[in-house]
Ligand binder design. Structure first.
Ligand SMILES: NC(=O)c1ccc[n+]([C@@H]2O[C@H](COP(=O)([O-])OP(=O)(O)OC[C@H]3O[C@@H](n4cnc5c(N)ncnc54)[C@H](O)[C@@H]3O)[C@@H](O)[C@H]2O)c1
Length: 459
């Protein structure tokens, strides 16, 4: 019989149970460790206005990033340090490429080694004005083919609520892997504002919604490595809807102020002065400004994605419809105003020399997508105007069968135009020189307001 020493009995009673053998770290744990140590391999699919700055931002945070794009010419130019995105300087790109912080490629095999894949491909509209998700589907299929355990996939392209779970997830599930355990999927809307020097990709808070809490956590952890602030939301549909609310908000408010501009024009009131007065209120008012119409890849398109999806549920959104109509009519209004101004000067539009200043959809960037300048040029062309334009970001453009080249704003040339229309208020234009040389100016952006020149007319 074993004798227990006096006192040892209580020590044995108090002893901790043997520790369980330590559980192997889960795939989520391992991925989190790779993300926080910045050893995770990242891939950005689509190197456009969104993907290129995003890839560079991840690269700056210390990640090795592969940028995959189907456009071989773009990839080759990026590899030589030639940026097509105004906000990305060539030397910044070249430094990242030389240090292999960003490797542009057309080779999808990079996804086989990627811990994280972000998809930043276009989401345009079809001719029928339905969402065109062919780019998202094509990119997702490439990702799905190479999906492996422990991978995080994030969709950043703007799209209607439900896309991530109804379109992307089923393709990834074909692998037989389980979401939230074997692989992770989230939506995080891109909110970059091209041409905005104050808010770059890293300065804009990142909204993140995952398919499961683990998906949200991993995506939020990734963005926390390189973005100023991360805002997790409960699910992918909320994250998708956040972006559509933001852009519908802008579309509706721009339409409101465009309608105000038309109303003020009828009533002989300067809408810009009205807005400046209203903006002096320190709360409850946010200024928006009228203009020649909406452009770009976001504001004219994203609300239509939402409208399309809402209609599938039998809901007819009314603000979106009305805003589209008012904003869409602005180029025609500009042309009508041009005709009226020329008429006052005793000239018909047909045969008049009309010069457009700025053709991109907003100032200080090179993006002409959906630019109202194009519609204005077509409408003026149909009516027989003799057209020229100046834009430091757009060396040439197509107008029907013709090619127009950007003209230098020499005083003699400007003086020989019947009407100059300021469509895009790039910072580099010398507005005082334009006002002093041109016989008549239609200023759709209030860019010449401070000059007080009598030959300058507002929208
Ligand atoms: N441009 C903006 O200001 C902005 C802002 C916020 C959100 N977004 C959204 O971000 C998304 C991307 O917009 P963007 O402006 O960067 O577009 P973009 O056209 O500038 O770039 C998209 C890139 O994706 C590439 N691509 C197309 N299909 C591909 C595929 N299957 N695989 C790999 N690459 C492919 C294209 O060659 C192109 O280089 C869109 O959904 C857009 O609505 C854009």
């Amino acid at each position: 019989m074993i004798e227990i020493e006096p006192g040892l009995e209580t020590v044995l009673e108090r002893a901790e149970p043997w520790p369980e053998p330590e559980a192997a770290p889960s795939l989520a744990d391992r991925l989190e460790e790779r993300i926080t140590s910045r050893t995770a391999a990242l891939s950005v699919v689509g190197l456009g206005y969104v993907g290129l700055p995003l890839g560079l931002t991840f690269g700056d945070a210390g990640f090795a990033v592969t940028g995959i794009d189907v456009d071989a010419a773009k990839v080759a130019a990026l590899g030589r340090g030639r940026s097509h995105v105004t906000d990305v300087a060539d030397d910044e790109l070249l430094a990242a490429v030389a240090a292999r912080r960003l490797v542009p490629t057309t080779d999808w095999s990079a996804l086989e080694r990627a811990d994280v894949v972000t998809i930043c491909v276009p989401t345009p509209l079809r001719k029928t004005k339905d969402p065109d998700l062919t780019y998202v589907v094509a990119a997702t299929e490439e990702v799905a083919r190479r999906l492996h355990p422990g991978q995080l996939v994030i969709l950043e392209s703007t799209t209607y609520p439900g896309t991530t779970e109804e379109l992307v997830l089923p393709k990834l599930l074909e692998s037989g892997l389980e979401v939230g355990r074997d692989f992770f999927l989230a939506f995080s809307p891109e909110r970059v504002d091209p041409g905005n020097p104050t808010f770059k990709t890293r300065d804009i808070p990142k909204v993140v919604g995952g398919v499961t809490p683990a998906c949200t956590h991993l995506a939020a952890t990734l963005y926390r490595q390189s973005m100023s602030r991360v805002v997790p939301v409960s699910c992918t549909r909320v994250a998708e809807m956040v972006k559509l609310l933001e852009n519908t908000f802008r579309s509706v408010n721009i339409a409101l102020v465009n309608e105000m501009a038309l109303m003020c024009s009828h009533m002989g009131i300067d809408v810009w002065e009205v807005i400046a007065g209203a903006a002096s209120k320190p709360f409850g008012f946010m200024p928006f400004y009228p203009g020649p119409g909406l452009g770009g890849h976001c504001i004219p398109i994203d609300p239509i994605y939402l409208q399309w999806r809402a209609r599938l549920d039998g809901f007819e959104p009314q603000f979106i419809q009305l805003a589209q109509k008012i904003n869409g009519d602005m180029p025609r209004f500009v042309v009508q105003r041009a005709m009226d101004l020329l008429n006052e000067a005793g000239k018909p539009l047909r045969g008049s020399r009309v010069h457009l200043i700025g053709v991109t959809y907003k100032k200080d960037i090179s993006d002409c997508r959906e630019s109202p300048a194009m519609e204005i040029l077509h409408l003026l062309d149909e009516r027989g105007a003799e057209l020229t334009y100046s834009d430091p970001f757009v060396p040439d453009l197509r107008l029907g069968e013709r090619r127009l080249e950007s003209r230098l704003l020499e005083p003699g040339f400007v003086a020989g135009r019947d009407l100059v229309i300021v469509v895009t208020d790039h910072s580099s234009f010398d507005y005082a020189a334009i006002a002093s040389a041109a016989p008549l100016v239609l200023d759709t952006r209030n860019a010449l307001a401070e000059l007080g020149a009598p030959n300058v007319r507002k929208l």
